[in-house]
Design a binder for this molecule. Structure first.
Ligand code: ATP
Length: 147
């Protein structure tokens, strides 16, 4: 089965470095499905969930947005922050969700609504990535038990 190296890198660490059969990324121009030997391209990445297809099945990575470089042999996503689904702390995401919801419900003068909405979306997407990954079988956790 043909594969391509997919790397997700943040200023802090390499979040993922795996040979994948396909990867789906939400870019500024819409959702992009990238196969091995894809033509070179560069794109902005929207905050969202990246779907990773491996020989054993699918898994998910949450990214807060960034930049994508596609080369025939390598796909690199530079993200502000990113987590493979199995790394996501569900209780922390739940707390972030509740905090943001509370702020949005209060809407007092000192509440930055856009910031609270962005925090809420991040928390919801993290929870969604965990749920999707759970259903898919947490392939990346099984592949990389040391993580
Ligand atoms: P919180 O309010 O819980 O810090 P946040 O959305 O403000 O959440 P970010 O600014 O997006 O957090 O990320 C800061 C760092 O914390 C990043 O390295 C990110 O990967 C990590 N991170 C945030 N939330 C979680 C989580 N629920 N589980 C694991 N890592 C997380």
């Amino acid at each position: 089965m043909s594969t391509v190296l997919f790397e997700v890198v943040t200023p802090e660490r390499t979040v993922l470095s795996e040979q994948v059969t396909m990867v789906f990324v939400h870019t500024g121009g819409g959702e992009l499905g990238i196969l091995p030997r894809h033509a070179p391209l560069a794109a902005t990445v929207k905050p969202g969930i990246v779907r990773v297809r491996l020989p054993e099945g699918e898994d998910y990575v949450h990214v807060t947005g960034g930049f994508l470089e596609v080369l025939p042999e390598r796909v690199t996503l530079l993200a502000n922050a990113a987590e493979v689904a199995h790394e996501i702390d569900v209780e922390r995401a739940q707390r972030a969700k509740e905090r943001a919801e509370k702020r949005l419900a209060q809407r007092t003068d000192d509440v930055d609504v856009r910031r609270a909405e962005a925090a809420l979306q991040r928390a919801l997407r993290r929870l969604e990535a965990v749920e999707l990954s759970g259903r898919a079988g947490q392939i990346l956790r099984q592949r990389s038990p040391q993580r």
